[in-house]
Design a protein. Sequence first.
Length: 169
Amino acid sequence: NTPSWIQLLATTSDDNQIKSQLALAYSVELKNSQDNLVDIKRYLKEPMSPFMDRISLDGGLTQLAKKTEGSFLCAYLFAKNLEAFPRDKKIALREIDSLFPTGLQAAYTEVLQGFFDYLVENSSEQQAQHVYECSLGMLLSIQEPIHKDFLNEIPDMDADVVFEGLKPI
């Protein structure tokens, strides 16, 4: 619904190449502020509400928003985790610390550990380690998102399995 002349770019990268390309652009840096945490709480309310009673929900959302350290990318990963929970699960306030990591780096570590665990369950540990290291190398070196159709073109690789392994647990 925005005018065609408005272009938005969101990045969490601190890369000098990106900064130099955007040096002349108007930019806004989102800091971890109370306003940001309020927005994150609002974003997480729908995915979190089936798992908490109405009385505990606001406190749970506050606690969960603080665990994002103000990062919407981290909030997105938390929302994806909540989607994977069984619908009949109930979350108590005291459980939030053990169910969700603190900060984006810890959230990514959890995702990558889930990927490695998936590989180990479906192959030998040596094979899993090789695939894991190759996958991480590929993820670290890409500059654009990998399209699912590209993965489908690679023989003997099931893109759905690859993406399943990368989903947060």
